[in-house]
Design a protein around this ligand. Structure first.
Ligand SMILES: Nc1nc2c(ncn2[C@@H]2O[C@H](COP(=O)(O)OP(=O)(O)OP(=O)(O)O)[C@@H](O)[C@H]2O)c(=O)[nH]1
Ligand SMILES: [Mg+2]
Length: 290
């Protein structure tokens, strides 16, 4: 029996959450085309025969500008400290950026660092090979694996590589558990994913979702509050004749029905909490604490 903890780290938008989902084979973490989608640590558990890999997806590393950002970066720090393996994810289409290099150097004393070069499906071969060469110069990087989280390419190879570096002899979770998130948290995250998807510029980053009511019967009834930080954002989120909110709601309901396996009746409300991302007590209420 073997097990170990793996923290998935990298810049925003490189595909960390997509990778977690590809590894586990279920959508655990939300994914959007916008940076700074993930705000909290999310655990994904992969148990195969006598091996258990416990992954932690983390927010992308960036320079924080408010209390929410501080919280996100604290989540990254905690994840990197409570792990056996640091799995650094890079975006092949960007090459190795200065921010990537800073991250690599930051973990030079970590026990095990493994590099995954993601998005190889859309990268040109002349982008991936120079990256591999560059990464080879860092002695503390034990392995380099080119992957595509979106296409599921080389994910099995990456899993086999990770298995070489783990050694604990207990399972930390039951064999059938895939995440530590509660159902309520997953529901709230899925709604936030759809909101982030349909909103533009700074608005998606100022959105939070709070589940006000969750009643499980023949139909699951959910009331959720979409919180935004400025009065004019509220109108944009609702859209003309409610069109944007309707799109968010119908996409969210579709996916919730798939995840929950039941008919869902979803009602969304929009509320302004001025500058909530800068307010510690509000962040605490929304579950961004610790
Ligand atoms: N073509 C391609 N796109 C990918 C791949 N992996 C992720 N993406 C896309 O990249 C975007 C960001 O993906 P995420 O998984 O949310 O990235 P992340 O690193 O978790 O981002 P943050 O949570 O913001 O730090 C999404 O549009 C994904 O569909 C890949 O292997 N190939
Ligand atoms: Mg993410």
């Amino acid at each position: 029996m073997k097990s170990g903890f793996i923290a998935i780290l990298g810049r925003p938008n490189v595909g960390k959450s997509s990778l977690l989902n590809a590894i586990i084979g279920t959508k655990i973490a939300i994914v959007t085309p916008k940076p700074q989608t993930t705000r909290r640590r999310i655990t994904g558990i992969l148990t195969q025969d006598d091996t258990q890999l416990v992954f932690t997806d983390t927010p992308g590393v960036f320079k924080s500008k408010n209390v929410l950002g501080d919280y996100m970066m604290k989540e990254v720090k905690t994840a990197s400290e409570e792990t056996d393996i640091i799995l650094l994810v890079f975006d092949a289409t960007d090459g190795l950026t200065n921010a990537d290099k800073e991250l690599i150097e930051k973990y030079q004393d970590a026990a095990t660092v493994i590099a995954a070069i993601n998005k190889t499906d859309i990268a040109k071969p002349d982008q991936v090979l120079p990256m591999i060469d560059e990464l080879r110069h860092y002695e503390h990087i034990s392995e380099i694996v080119p992957i595509s989280a979106l296409k599921g390419k080389n994910i099995d190879v990456l899993i086999d590589v990770l298995k070489k570096y783990i050694k604990d002899d207990v399972f930390f979770y039951p064999k059938d558990q895939v995440t530590d998130q509660s159902l309520r948290e997953r529901v709230s995250e899925l709604i936030r994913e759809k909101a982030m998807f349909y909103l533009q510029q700074e608005i998606p980053h100022g959105v939070a979702v709070d589940i006000e009511r969750y009643e499980d019967g023949d139909i699951i009834e959910i009331d959720a509050l979409i919180i935004c930080e400025k009065d004019n954002h509220k109108g944009i989120i609702i859209g003309s004749k409610g069109s944007t909110l309707k799109k968010i709601g119908s996409k969210a309901r579709e996916e919730l029905e798939f995840v929950l396996g039941k008919k869902v009746f979803l009602t969304l409300y929009v509320k302004v909490i001025k500058d909530w991302r800068k307010r510690k007590n509000i962040l605490y209420d929304l579950g961004y604490y610790g």
